[in-house]
Write a protein that binds this ligand. Structure first.
Ligand code: UTP
Length: 478
């Protein structure tokens, strides 16, 4: 038998199991990973081999074949229609809140924060949730959410279980953050910090596996759809705790309304399998995915996947037809995504995410402003087309959406802080406090209200009955 050329040059390692794994990577046309083997120190060789053992190469090759090597992934999305959604003034909303509160009070709803992303665009070292967002105290995103949960628990007289999804690249730091900050006052037994899975990151043109440093493979989390697999893994334990529904939100939206009883109530009253919040998009170029109806199923179509004509289409009222923008707050029926009896787990499709990352390839550091890597990710909202019963519920953008995505400019800490200032000053004015606002609705005094104090204008008004505010300077309520 003729020995393939690449095998003749294959590096030799002592351990037969290591040799077998090296051979697999040569066979899969990933031999570039060993091009600088001779220059690596023995510790680097060991870590590189250990990383290679952790890769499911057959699965990765299938992804490369399906997405990078084939044109199938480019197929356009079938003609969408605007979705049916429950708008802000819809009378169906009245009366459901009590049902939501009761389910929360029985401990049937857990909150899941997806925080496994790498946050390339923000560029903050460490987990995005540890970003000190608030203008006076420097309170972090993690602390804001922990305080919201504490307020809710006090109101309900019942603990809410909080799941935090991390990824291998930020898991240890997140756990350490919460330990160091004593879980921001939450009982540690009610906080589960769990990691999603990861996949190797690739060169977008050649499908070559990249390295984060000479002796390490560059891995990336497998998308926020990893939350579905995590919930499937955890489903037995969650059921044992009496949890039946999961309320998910993203770590980078400080206005995400955690465990909104109205959303939970609508979900339950309609026996929905997957219920989502949406805000009305007014700018066709805003880069958020939109909810659409395709056939009899709902789905989210990403900004880049929506045809320009659909993006700009308007209804009789002059509003964008496809305006139900996804803010990634969902209530998910646990039995639907992880049926107790089902043998095979519900599968989500993979998408490509291109990002700019510094990495080691071809014997040198590679860096670029433009995306220079591709990773495979699943998205949580891809559950939607699998649902027979789903709901989309409109939320007020000013109350519920101010994401922190970029370091500067649109959707940055500055815009997010400004949205918080606007909202909190509105609450203060409703409570009778005198504030001067500029033309953008920003107050002349810096304002900060801890989620422990209030989650809406009515709660703030009640709190202020016994509190005297300073007559000038910043207003900090905690
Ligand atoms: P983004 O899509 O904004 O990605 O995530 P990102 O990794 O945080 O940031 P960039 O794109 O590199 O700048 C939206 C939400 O989904 C979570 C993030 O933590 C954020 O809450 N996410 C994303 C995960 O939990 N896991 C992932 O694999 C990806």
């Amino acid at each position: 038998m003729k020995i393939p050329e690449v095998w003749i040059h294959m590096i030799r390692v002592e351990d037969p199991a290591d040799q077998a794994v090296v051979a697999k990577f040569y066979e899969a046309d990933q031999q570039h990973l060993f091009a600088d083997w001779e220059q690596l120190e023995s510790s680097q060789r060991r870590t590189l081999l250990a990383d290679l053992h952790r890769i499911d190469l057959g699965f990765l090759q299938q992804l490369i074949h399906d997405h990078l090597d084939s044109d199938a992934a480019q197929a356009p999305i079938a003609a969408p229609d605007p979705p049916r959604w429950i708008t802000l003034g819809d009378p169906i909303r009245s009366g459901v809140q009590q049902q939501g509160l009761e389910a929360l009070g029985r401990g049937e709803v857990a909150v899941l924060m997806v925080a496994g992303g790498v946050g390339t665009r923000l560029g903050h070292p460490g987990p995005k949730g540890a970003y000190p967002l608030l203008p006076i105290s420097g309170t972090t995103l993690f602390q804001m959410f922990a305080e919201s949960i504490r307020r809710l628990q006090k109101q309900l007289g019942k603990n809410i279980h909080w799941l935090i999804m991390t990824s291998p690249s930020n898991h240890e730091e997140t756990v350490e953050y919460f330990r160091h900050n004593s879980f921001h006052g939450l009982p540690p037994s009610e906080v589960s910090i769990l990691s999603q899975h990861q996949l190797p990151v690739l060169d977008p043109h050649r499908g070559k596996i990249l390295r984060s440093e000479p002796g390490r493979i560059l891995f990336g989390p497998d998308g926020h759809g990893g939350a579905i697999r995590l919930l499937q893994r955890e489903s037995t334990r969650l059921r044992e705790k009496g949890i039946r529904h999961i309320y998910t939100h993203q770590v980078d939206n400080p206005l995400a309304w955690i465990a909104d009883p109205e959303l939970v109530g609508l979900h339950l009253a309609n026996s929905s399998q997957f219920t989502s919040k949406a805000v009305a998009k007014t700018d066709p170029e805003e880069k958020v995915g939109v909810f659409c109806q395709v056939g009899d199923r709902m789905r989210v179509i990403e900004y880049s996947e929506l045809a320009e004509s659909d993006r700009n289409a308007r209804d009789e009222g002059g509003e964008l037809s496809f305006r139900a923008g996804n803010i990634a707050t969902h209530v998910i029926d646990l039995d639907f995504i992880a049926p107790a009896e089902q043998k095979t787990a519900l599968q989500l499709p993979f998408h490509q995410a291109r990002k700019s990352v510094r990495h080691w390839c071809d014997g040198r550091w590679q860096q670029s402003e433009k995306p220079n890597s591709v990773r495979f990710e699943t998205f949580i909202f891809d559950v939607l087309p699998l649902c027979e019963r789903s709901l989309v519920v409109e939320a007020d953008r000013e109350l519920e959406f101010a994401p922190v995505k970029n370091g500067t400019g649109v959707d940055s800490p500055d815009t997010s802080r400004a949205a918080l200032q606007k909202l909190w000053s509105r609450w203060l004015i409703e409570a009778g406090v005198e504030l001067t606002l500029n033309e953008d609705g920003i107050p002349d005094r810096v304002v900060e209200i801890s989620p422990l104090v209030a989650g809406n204008a009515a709660e703030l008004k009640r709190y202020l009955v016994d509190v005297e505010l300073p007559l000038e300077g910043p207003i900090l309520l905690r």
